[in-house]
Structures are given as C-alpha cells and as structure tokens.
Design a protein around this ligand. Structure first.
Ligand code: MG
Length: 158
C-alpha cells in the first residue's frame, strides 16, 4: 500500500412509519424506515461520501443531486457501485471499511453479518475487512425517530 487515502462520510435520516427499512443494502423487519429522495439508506450514503472523499472526488449530493428525478426511490447500492467505478478510474481500490450505525430501532445486532456481507460485496472486500457497529441514540432527537451513520474507508493503489 504505497499511497493510502482515508475518507470519512456521515449521514442522518428521519425514520418514519410505512417506509421499508433498508440499511447497508439489507432490508430489515421494522415498523419504521429511513425516509429520503432515494431509498434513504443512510449507511450506503455515508459509505459513498467516504469513498468519494478518499478519492478526492465531489460529494454524494453533487454526483447524485436529490433534485434529479433519476435518483427518486433509487436503490442506494447503485450509488455505491457508481462510486466504486469512479475510484477505479483513478486506479484506486478499497482496503477496509468501518461503520458506526446509531439508531434506537430496529435493533441491528442480528443483521450485522448480512450487512457486512453486502457491504463487502459492494466494495470488493473480504467480510473481515468490513465492520459495522450498532449503538443506540439514547432517545436523543425523539425515541427511534432517526438513524445516524459514520463511515470510514481506506483506499489504496490497485
Ligand atoms: Mg442520505
């Protein structure tokens, strides 16, 4: 790894009734789900910003503006795949990904293996190069009404 590059991304979405709960590209059984222009997958949005940031590219909102109808209800794994193509064009690959996922509901402990697997597939990594940690929000901002994500990614030369 001659020239490593680190990137950070964060995201915050409201959790509302009647939305599918898709986080890290995985649908989870839940009474509430993240609302957004796309599918609201705050994990994948934070991952995209970390990837784009590490590669010195424009941020997610610039590359995929939420005023563009093409991205309405778009599965967010599309954004990650596009970001991976963009970093690939710069001769870069992902080496590792670490995530903190904060939400009060649903509980994600049982979903972590599926999330790691999906994230690893999207970034072309072995699952042990990906981690995702769940924390509660302790009711800050209302009980179970938001999801907050921080993602850190390490990129390097292919
Ligand atoms: Mg978002």
């Amino acid at each position: 790894m001659s020239r490593p590059r680190i990137g950070i991304g964060t995201d915050l979405h409201r959790m509302v009734h009647g939305r599918p709960c898709i986080l890290a590209g995985v649908e989870i059984e839940s009474p509430v789900g993240p609302i957004g222009h796309s599918d609201g997958d705050a994990v994948l949005h934070a991952v995209c910003d970390a990837l784009l940031g590490a590669a010195g590219l424009d941020d997610l909102g610039t590359v995929f503006p939420d005023t563009d109808k093409r991205w309405k209800d778009c599965p967010s794994d599309h954004f990650v795949k596009e970001a991976m193509l963009l970093i690939g064009e710069k001769g870069l690959v992902a080496y590792s990904l670490d995530i903190v996922l904060q939400l009060d509901r649903p509980k994600i402990a049982a979903e972590r293996p599926r999330m790691r697997k999906r994230l690893a597939e999207l970034l072309g990594l072995a699952p042990d190069r990906v981690n995702i940690k769940g924390k509660t929000l302790e009711g800050v901002g209302g009980k179970g009404e938001s999801v907050s994500v921080t993602a850190v990614v390490l990129l390097g030369d292919r």
